[in-house]
Design a protein around this ligand. Sequence first.
Ligand code: ARG
Length: 464
Amino acid sequence: MTTVNTDKLSSARFAHATDAFVEIFTSSIDFDRRMAPQDIAGSLAHAKMLCTIGILTETERDDIIKGLNIISEEIEQGTFNWSIKQEDVHMNIEARLTELVGLAGKKLHTGRSRNDQVATDIRLYLRNEIGNINNQLSRLQNAILDLAEQEAETVMPGFTHLQVAQPVTFGHHLMAWFEMLCRDKERLQDCYKRINIMPLGSAALAGTSYPINRQMTADLLGFSRPSNNSLDAVSDRDFAIEFTAVGSMIMMHLSRFSEELILWASAQFDFIDIADAFCTGSSIMPQKKNPDVPELVRGKSGRVTGHLISLLMLMKGQPLAYNKDNQEDKEPLFDTADTLINSLRAFADMIPNISAKRENMYNAAKQGFATATDLADYLVGKGIAFRDAHEIVGLAVRLGVESNRDLSEISLPELQQFSVEIKQDVFEILTLEGSVAARKHIGGTAPDTVFAAIKAARELMLSE
Ligand code: ARG
């Protein structure tokens, strides 16, 4: 006499119950229940389609719709009884549906499999998260634009190798961040195109013998089209890898912004103040005000890149088609979306709470011979070849270093030792204001150019 394990929907083939630990080990309900709204949406579309091809009667379809709506509510109210016995979100919902509506519930799984179901659910889930991420990206971009507008004329040192290089405007620096986020949005939209393709109907791997109408389910669920190949559709997680790759890039950008904010907020730079609400103190050092938000965001960038690598490794050894390995895709994906949304949100909230210490930025730009290139360009304007001009300015800088003076503090006769072409008007270009104002071509740092860039950016934001 064999015992039949009747707890599970997929159990009749088994003579013996699942090992208790294996049941826990293989179940995904603790994390995949987040996809319940998507799972229900998919089932609603599938049931409607099954009815149009005569697999379900209208009464059965309506029972299923009613049952799924009740389940939706139970989940929302927190009264739904999630059970590890039913392994995952798909089987939990189906089992409850059958409890609620009887036979009709048992017919819902006709012509589909959890393999196409889960692939569909993840795609629906990510579609939604991309919308949320995009909203936070827009909030951050708008905050950056506001600050850039306020600081379009603020002069600060621009750095290469973290050494003072040439003066720039703070607004221009902030608009560099804006550009990075524009590319992030484009990448997100591009990845969305490949997410928005429907696997449902691929069933376990080979499709189904029922005359299903995949175009109909795709339309009901807002997918651009049904997938082309059933084997590919149930096993493909390229879209998930792309999503984490785009996410890694976004987090890498936030991490770079963070690093700059942390440096600027330090006593050594002292370029900005981050409002108290976005900093914390130290439990031991009473004087400390730490830039925790950017530090934490910089730290969190690592875990998203980790998820990207996890998913690449998850997929690299898998033969077609679905394998249970794929259950491991969800936690990295969910955490990627959560980390992105939270980090972007914290950043968007923090940016309006940053104030520029304009005088300190200005004074820092005055150090480090930031207008040396301007002097070289001036000499080129007088007919000297750039390489020779570079040499002449090098000598002037050396004099400045030795006598502890900025180029603008060296007298005209002293400068003329290096080139007779240097005249009184040189002092106009040796000022920081003159230096930034001269860079007024498209993409330059001149305040007027920055104002124009902000205006164009605002129009772009409105057109999205
Ligand atoms: N929980 C599974 C997953 O996340 C659902 C699909 C399982 N399919 C199967 N035949 N075991 O991938």
